[in-house]
Design a protein around this ligand. Structure first.
Ligand SMILES: [Zn+2]
Length: 199
């Protein structure tokens, strides 16, 4: 399932499709600013490619580099990451703040790897629930921990821009595997977190 997040390199044909899409939106909205009509399609295509196009942050073919840990270790490791993306339903911006915790069994990954994987998964249209599940499954596949838990909090423009919703509305998705099926283990994860959202 991780393979679905590994996008191919963008071609000139893809870039032209993006420019045409921007032109159609401008036409539908009655845009008549000469500067915008001349240059916005190009700017739109370049920004989409830079923020949502293929990224080389993580490759499923390269095993997550891992280091052995001593027998009998029983530590909870937590990391946080941040990314901008778009929702797959409206192609509108969303801001993602993620927390991951895992209790390793025999190996631990390099510190940056879990967050790079998250950023790779966010580099394209996302559904928060699927991102959580795929990230969790890939961590389990790569390092076979005793357990893994992931929490993704997000602010979606498609939700916040509607008047019935408060500006601080945050969606939270949590996925867990292994020992985190125990409520006490999940509680330990949540207690270890500092609430850094928005700081
Ligand atoms: Zn949406």
């Amino acid at each position: 399932m991780i393979d679905a997040f590994m996008r191919k390199a963008m071609t000139d044909e893809d870039r032209e499709k993006l420019r045409q899409a921007a032109k159609l939106v401008q036409e539908a909205l009655g845009e008549d600013s000469p500067e915008s009509l001349d240059n916005t399609p190009q700017r739109f295509a370049a920004l989409i490619e830079a923020t949502l196009g293929p990224a080389n942050l993580y490759s499923p073919e390269e095993e997550m580099k891992a280091f052995p840990i001593p027998d009998g270790s029983n530590m909870l490791i937590t990391l946080q990451g941040h990314a901008w993306s778009v929702c797959e339903h409206h192609l509108q911006p969303c801001e993602l703040h993620a927390r991951i915790g895992y209790i390793p069994q025999t190996i631990v990954p390099g510190y940056s790897k879990p967050v790079r994987l998250f950023k790779q998964l966010a580099h394209g249209p996302v559904l928060d629930e699927r991102l959580c599940d795929v990230w969790c499954d890939e961590m389990v596949r790569q390092i076979e921990p005793k357990g893994c838990i992931i929490e993704v909090m997000s602010r979606h423009h498609c939700v916040l821009s509607r008047e019935m919703v408060r500006d601080d509305e945050i969606l939270t998705c949590t996925a867990w595997r292994g020992c985190f099926s125990e409520p006490l283990e999940r509680m330990a994860f949540h207690m270890q977190q500092n609430d850094r959202w928005g700081k």
